[in-house]
Design a binder for this molecule. Structure first.
Ligand code: NAP
Ligand code: MG
Length: 402
């Protein structure tokens, strides 16, 4: 059988440490033997980011704007220890932050479900996808510690110098204050990404905030979502038989726990930060969490939700065996290839992505899995294999399907 042909390349963003090792294994064992793989390659490994003064990250994001689909390996976000370890020119910013700022996107995270890895909530039989607004609120806030009595006010000065004031509090003693913001533009981008992603994945969309208490701030989020939905998405949602619901955040938490999954939960920045960790833990393993950045104009960047698995990399470097889960990274590739196939009208590519995902699931459900899964699997056949053996087993399962 000939290799599957690709029309348009995808943007390939290589990365660091153990995920960089896995990246090459996935390409060599699971992709290149079957696909005439076309990628525009950017090396986002820390050494090359340093060498190019991080220009390579910016270039890879711009390439994603042009080609529409990217797949990214996990990358190191440098801290002081990394600056020393890699002898860096400076403490480069998080590549994910840089890419997100250029694409203006929203991150959607969803778990991969397999038999034997049971969520802590037993009736969560379908994945719950979290969409986190990644701009503003307390993450871009100004704070003050108040030492004694006095008056705190919000002051806005417009372009003509006119002031608007709102009393925050008359302090009788010490306390604290915080000023935060968001912009209509960013909330709109968030809303478009969410509505488009719901249509793309044919899932209901829930959005939650606290507009009963925050009658201007959170209410603005609710209104922007409602307006865009009514004007641009209501009919498409009806055609697909999916729904959009706005609910209070505390109400939605209760509904999520009672639900069987299968929907998108859009969260404001802080809610998304907290709730995504809760969901990842409740669903089982970080190695099974996928992530896709979707821009409001429909560009997609797929990756695993986990990092570079540094501890495993150091073992690997010492020549010791590792058992690192490659599933989320494989799904980053299948997500990107399927999206490329949909956009290019090449169903063979989509079918290949489906088969590779099935091969992964079949392998794990046959009892062959990495250590992180073996330690929590309820399958009697579950046993731990090495990083290499796991990928080889997937290759065997894939060959049976092709
Ligand atoms: P991490 O790479 O996600 O790993 C944390 C721990 O979770 C690992 O030590 C491992 O536990 C477990 N784990 C995560 N992924 C796994 C997998 N695929 N298979 C098996 N176990 C897995 O986070 P980190 O160690 O805190 O961060 C390492 C580097 O990744 C940092 O430099 C950070 O900047 C970067 N990072 C990048 C991204 C990204 O590019 N999107 C995201 C997060 C972090 P055990 O050690 O107990 O086996
Ligand atoms: Mg968090």
């Amino acid at each position: 059988m000939g290799k599957i042909v690709m029309k348009t390349p995808i943007v390939e963003m290589d990365g660091d440490e153990m995920t960089r090792i896995i990246w090459k294994m996935i390409k060599d064992e699971l992709l290149l033997p079957f696909i005439d793989l076309k990628t525009e390659y950017y090396d986002l490994g820390l050494e090359n980011r340093d060498k190019t003064d991080d220009q390579v990250t910016v270039d890879s994001a711009n390439a994603t704007k042009k080609l529409g689909v990217a797949v990214k390996c996990a990358t190191i976000t440098p801290n002081a220890a990394r600056v020393e370890e890699y002898n860096l020119k400076q403490m480069w910013k998080s590549p994910n932050g840089t890419i997100r700022a250029i694409l203006d996107g929203t991150v959607f995270r969803a778990p991969i479900l397999v038999k034997g890895i049971d969520p802590h909530i037993p009736h969560w039989t379908k994945p719950i996808t979290i969409a986190r607004h990644a701009y503003g609120d307390i993450y871009k806030a100004s704070e003050m510690k108040i030492d004694g009595p006095g008056k705190a006010e919000l002051v806005f000065t417009d372009a003509n110098g006119n002031e608007v004031r709102e009393l925050i509090h008359e302090f009788k003693g010490p306390g604290i204050i915080q000023g935060m913001h968001n912009t209509d533009e960013s909330i709109k981008s968030f809303a478009y990404s969410c509505f488009n992603f719901a249509i793309d994945t044919k899932q209901d969309l829930w959005f939650a905030a606290k507009d009963t208490i925050s009658k201007k701030y959170d209410h603005r989020f609710k209104d922007i979502f409602a307006e865009i939905y009514e004007n641009e998405f209501k009919n498409k949602f009806a055609e697909l038989g999916i729904s959009y619901n706005y609910t209070l955040i505390d109400d939605v938490v209760a509904r999520v726990i009672r639900s069987d999954g299968g929907f998108i939960w859009a969260c404001k920045n802080y809610d998304g930060d907290v709730m995504s960790d809760m969901l990842a833990t409740a669903f089982g393993s970080l190695g099974m969490m996928t992530s896709v950045l979707v821009s409001p104009d429909g560009k997609y960047e797929y990756e695993a939700a986990h990092g570079t698995v540094q501890r495993h990399y150091y073992l690997h470097r010492e020549g010791k065996p590792t058992s690192t889960n490659s599933v989320a990274t494989i799904y980053a590739w299948t997500g990107a290839l399927r999206k490329r196939g949909e956009l290019d009208g090449t169903p063979e590519l989509c079918a290949f992505a489906d088969k590779l995902e099935k091969a992964v699931i079949d392998t794990i459900e046959s009892g062959v899995m990495t250590g992180d899964l073996a330690s929590i699997s309820t399958l009697p056949t579950a046993h731990k294999v090495s990083t290499e053996e796991f990928i080889a087993a997937i290759r065997t399962a894939l060959e049976k399907l092709i």
